[in-house]
Design a protein around this ligand. Structure first.
Ligand SMILES: Nc1ncnc2c1ncn2[C@@H]1O[C@H](COP(=O)(O)OP(=O)(O)OP(=O)(O)O)[C@@H](O)[C@H]1O
Ligand SMILES: [Mg+2]
Length: 236
């Protein structure tokens, strides 16, 4: 299968300890793929490697048919890969609107579908906060801003690392709603999560990573119905 993102056989280490072992998968255009796994399984390490923030010792990565193995983060961003880290990393001293304006750019093929106007329409909760410094937002508001900031760069692929983590149930529900809307609009998303329940309504397909290896791949519905796999690899 040719995909928008094709990852094959990635090994990643932190110093002497190897964390990822031959990670590979394909993400097709318009697909929403959940990368599930327990604490410490290697989800964030995978996301960082895909974003160009950690070097791979082995393996390759293709983005829209182009070999981008070893490419630096800024180049991957220009080619349409938007990464929202676990800790969000909004610019705390800048206002919500400035966070968005700083990140605004056309996509790799000149796409301009995401404008500031469309962001305000899609993220109505951010509108009354637009002059507030991002550091004074709640965790959920910062998560929304981080996703909005990724979108306004008109990416081809969104990499989201645990967007539901540490947030209150109501906030998690509104982020899920937002991601469902993005999926309906045809966005291509890789979503790292511990929480299968959160992924059920968002992702079409699922991968499980365990001890740095991809151990399972199916539809999200198939995974949800597979009690043995869920209890073996996920904290459920
Ligand atoms: N900077 C680092 N240096 C050394 N080891 C690290 C570093 N960051 C993570 N690790 C180790 O790499 C492994 C995978 O961590 P990773 O953060 O990718 O897991 P995760 O699946 O994202 O977990 P979580 O659900 O807790 O976010 C863990 O064993 C972790 O201890
Ligand atoms: Mg993580």
């Amino acid at each position: 299968m040719t995909g928008l993102l094709e990852v094959s056989d990635l090994d990643v280490r932190y110093g002497a300890s190897q964390i990822l072992f031959g990670v590979g998968f394909t993400l097709a255009a318009g697909q929403t793929l959940a990368l599930l796994g327990r604490n410490g399984a290697g989800k964030s390490t995978t996301m960082k490697a895909l974003a160009g923030l950690l070097p791979a010792r082995k393996g390759s990565m293709r983005l829209a048919g182009r070999d981008v193995t070893g490419a630096p983060p800024y180049r991957l961003a220009r080619l349409g890969l938007a990464y929202v880290p676990e800790d969000r990393q909004v610019f705390a001293a800048h206002t919500v609107e400035d966070n968005l304006l700083i990140a605004q750019k056309p996509g790799p093929e000149g796409e301009t579908a995401w404008t500031l106007t469309r962001i305000w329409e899609s993220f109505p909760l951010l509108v009354p906060l637009r002059r507030r410094p991002a550091g004074r937002l709640s965790g959920g508001e910062q998560q929304m801003l981080a996703i909005a900031r990724a979108l306004i760069g008109n990416p081809k692929i969104l990499l989201l690392d645990e967007p539901s983590e540490g947030l209150a149930p109501l906030v998690v529900a509104s982020i899920a709603h937002l991601l469902r809307d993005l999926r309906a609009q045809g966005a291509t998303i890789l979503l790292a999560e511990q929480n299968l329940h959160f992924c059920l309504s968002i992702a079409s397909d699922a991968l499980i990573i365990d001890k740095g290896q991809i151990v399972y791949r199916d539809t999200v519905a198939g995974l949800n119905a597979n009690h043995e796999i869920r209890s073996r690899y996920l904290a459920l």
